[in-house]
Design a protein around this ligand. Sequence first.
Ligand SMILES: C[S@@+](CC[C@H](N)C(=O)[O-])C[C@H]1O[C@@H](n2cnc3c(N)ncnc32)[C@H](O)[C@@H]1O
Length: 638
Amino acid sequence: MSRTPIYGPGNPHPLSVMKTELVWEGKYDEYGNRREVDIAGCAMPLQKIETIDQPRSEAAAKGQRSLDYYEKKTKRLDDFRNRLIWGDNKLVMASLLKEFKGKIDLIYIDPPFDVGADFTMDVPIGDGKETIEKDQSTMEMVAYRDTWGRGTDSYLYMMYERLSLMKDLLSDRGSIYVHCDWRVNYFLRLVLDDVFSKDFFLNEIVWAYFAFKRKTAKKFPQKHDTILSYRKNSDSFTWNTQYKPHKPEYLKRWKQDEKGRFYRDDVNPTAGGSRIIYLDEVEGDIVDSVWDDIPPVNPVAIERTAFATQKPEGLVDRIIQASTNQGELVADFFCGSGTLGAAAERLGRRWIMADLGRFAIHTSRKRLIDLQRTLHSEGKPYRAFDVYNLGRYERQWWYKALLNGADEEHRRVVLEFFRAEVLQSTPSPLIHGRKGAAFCHVDGIDSIFTRDEVKAVAEAVAQAGGRECYCLAWEFEMDLHLTTAALEKELGVRLKLVQIPREIMEKNRKNPPPFLEVAVLEAQPVYRGQGAERTVDIKLTKFLPSLAEVPSKELAAIKDRAMKSGMDFIDFWAVDFDWQPGQPFNHHWQDYRTRKDRSLKTLSAAGHKYPQPGKYTACVKVVDTFGCDTSITVEVEV
Ligand SMILES: C[S@@+](CC[C@H](N)C(=O)[O-])C[C@H]1O[C@@H](n2cnc3c(N)ncnc32)[C@H](O)[C@@H]1O
């Protein structure tokens, strides 16, 4: 029989000794101890998939003389290469700790904070007169389920873990800025107090932007976001006071002397009479915690990308300038369209950015390449950057525990919809089915099909005497086509990457939805000139985009459109004229559509010269309007 405990001075009631704090599910373990952030198994090798120094590579491709000229014109700032990383930021940060613990001087983040947000977005195709809807990718859906699945509890848990990792990455002189709004600012402040301590709180900045006012709601219209800032720990954190131009009404208080100089002599009358201050000796109006001088990114702004939540560069410029000096390292682990990287690049800071959305990575890459080109054309320095993947996605990250053996059932359902035979006795655990003469592999539910996996599958198929295999998966690691091309050459096994359509999850679904191969791309070399003067370019001859992120209601119409004019769906393409298997893709030449200029070349204009006659492999990478990439290799002989 349980007895009611007797509380008193010797046995105080738990509530009488509790301190004020924000508690979320999972903050304490069952013994009441604070749970550590568990990053065991999260640190993974970061795989460099692209190296981007486009203007310099282009000069190098045209011959040594222009490279020398180039180096004289645009000096390298240093050898640091900025990083753009695709992946869940918990895994990304855990993987960065080894190299960057205590090394990052500023972190700005703008995490998602709209629980019920609609994540579809309109992306332009072709000349931009038409747009189509883009849905979330499976990976984004899973991440958002993790973030919001248990409402505020799971959001707080997600943010607490991320902020703790950010604290470890920050340098002793570093600080963090967290961008949020009325929906989450009240509890993010408490989580930040928890991680960084109240003592290191710096500011609650109000970013008051212009907002179109409607009289409909029975409350005051919302007109600001909140940015919470903290320093890591020491008093010697970096700080540079910021100034803005004085407002005209303030200037009216200044008098003009006979030489035309503006002055005031009434500023400090108590300190011994008049003390004259001249306006041209004052640096400007000190920026305080209300920022009402930075407009949001308007629909026609030059910096505008297709990203709905894009923040203005001016806002991030101010943060970077206040809290870092030239050459210091800044990071954004929820980077979206890459605003922080763009601001940092212009201001001469080094940067690291991460996002789990493919579209975000693509938008950031394009934006930063464009900036490299602009800075180069203005004769200004810039740094090269590399794009990374996380090497290996741990299955438990994708809810393996929760699946409880559901993988087998999932495979069977996928194969049945794909109209393939489910193999009862298989030559390898990696071969699950057969369709015609080809084998089938079905990747696990909620996981990404990686290059290690595709290699294992190809080897299993080759060993079983197969020559072709459909690899069905929900999500593919970036640049997987390059691995399949290399494997095809090495093992003679043709690997077809097929996206599992989301419609198979629909209840009571009987008819198979279309299974689409992950984009189709064809290209050929174009030669000009003879002998040592021979140049090579690449012509795109066919492209069909992957339509995995098109909402099903639009699929039929878009498919038709894609068959007729697939090239309209290309947003960006690039060529590495001397691709080496297993090496990152080197951007020698690229072309892309911008908001202002929607045209796109389908024949490269690199005029690439090889150092000596021989056979080479060029690699062509295309990113479609949904941010999905596909690559092929093209054999070249000069
Ligand atoms: C509000 S947007 C950031 C917008 C950005 N400040 C800009 O100016 O474009 C938030 C971003 O966080 C990303 N995100 C959400 N959860 C993430 C996670 N766990 N890891 C990495 N990125 C994540 C989303 O994909 C989205 O691009």
